[in-house]
Design a protein around this ligand. Structure first.
Ligand code: TRP
Length: 330
């Protein structure tokens, strides 16, 4: 079995877009791959976080991923900071990463612009920590969105450079980018991707939103002039986005969706989209809520999973320490 590694930042509750674009795929992969998934809290602190909020979010995001039910046999799901090897390998790899390489990263440029008052060194070396995440687990494939392609390319360059010096220490990972189609846009601005950190919660459907909230948000979604439910992303981006959500949630095609709502007008269509989204999210939300309500159980699970992750990462870290000449511990 090949190994897949991916991470998700606990900066906000994942949206239906994150579910359809990423988490759903994580679950599917767990049937064919050994999967290592991480809630990357150390990446999250590159942007200032409120401590209480961070604790809460990590538990919620962790519970939500569990609630999506990846195959437990093949999946390790852990909190990044619970496995100290990430920080250690990240420091080591930073000595094999060039300033110029990091300086070219578009996410760093975007985030520096967004957080101009806090352009810290962690934000700059963020991709090195990400490379450490991936390389620690001998990952063959890394399911990611288009926006993470550059970071994965850098992880590959670091692995190749390191291997070039010391021999085949790291597995060189391949990106796994889902073909376009499940790209869910903001409900209020269909030109932008649905974003879990959108300051206006009306733009996204969070995976923990109540049924009422989901339906209300869909009813308030921006639609286009006219009144026919027709798939046309250029002329009717708002309606087309809602159609995509409806089609994926119900398993129908876009043609079936079109004919389902022929002549019904936007109102009934938007309510139906909300109901379909709620039907998809409801079982996941219920399982997640149960977990969130028992934090001790959740903490026990996290501890066990951190042990499992450590068991995979530790031999890789030892290999690295040895080849570069660090004396063994103990
Ligand atoms: N940077 C990724 C994001 O913002 C999250 C992430 C951290 C990640 N480490 C990773 C993704 C390792 C894939 C592999 O989405």
């Amino acid at each position: 079995m090949k190994t897949a590694f991916s991470g998700i930042q606990p900066t906000a509750i994942p949206t239906i877009g994150n579910y359809l674009g990423a988490l759903r795929n994580w679950v599917a992969l767990s049937k064919t791959h050994r999967c290592v998934y991480s809630v990357v809290d150390m990446h999250a602190i590159t942007v200032r976080q409120d401590p209480e909020n961070l604790r809460k979010r990590v538990r919620e995001v962790y519970a939500l991923i569990l609630a999506c039910e990846p195959d437990p046999e093949n999946t390790v799901l852990y909190v990044q900071s619970h496995v100290a090897a990430h920080a250690e390998l990240s420091w080591i790899l930073s000595n094999y990463t060039m300033f110029g390489e990091l300086n070219r990263m578009t996410q760093f440029k975007d985030k520096s612009a967004k957080h101009a008052d806090n352009i810290n060194a962690g934000l700059f070396t963020y991709p090195v920590l990400q490379a450490a995440d991936i390389l620690l687990y001998d990952a063959d494939v890394v399911p990611i969105g288009e926006d993470q392609k550059q970071h994965l390319e850098l992880a590959r360059d670091i692995a190749l450079r390191f291997n070039g010096i010391y021999g085949n220490v790291f597995v060189v990972p391949e990106p796994m980018i889902p073909k376009t189609g499940a790209r869910i846009m903001s409900l209020l601005d269909p030109a932008r991707k649905m974003d879990k950190s959108d300051p206006n919660p009306g733009g996204y459907i969070s995976m923990l939103d109540s049924r009422d909230a989901v339906i209300t948000k869909c009813r308030r979604a921006v639609t286009d002039s006219g009144s026919d439910v027709r798939y046309d992303p250029v002329e009717k981006p708002g309606v087309s986005n809602l159609m995509t959500i409806y089609a994926i949630c119900t398993g129908k095609t876009l043609e079936e969706t079109e004919s389902d709502f022929a002549g019904s007008g936007y109102g009934a269509f938007k309510t139906a989209v909300g109901e379909a989204a709620d039907a998809l999210l409801d079982p996941i939300r219920r399982r997640a809520q149960t977990l969130i309500q028992s934090p001790t159980h959740l903490d026990r699970l996290m501890a066990r999973e951190a042990e499992r992750a450590h068991a995979v990462a530790d031999p890789v870290l030892r290999r690295v320490r040895e080849v570069i000449g660090l004396l063994p511990r103990k």
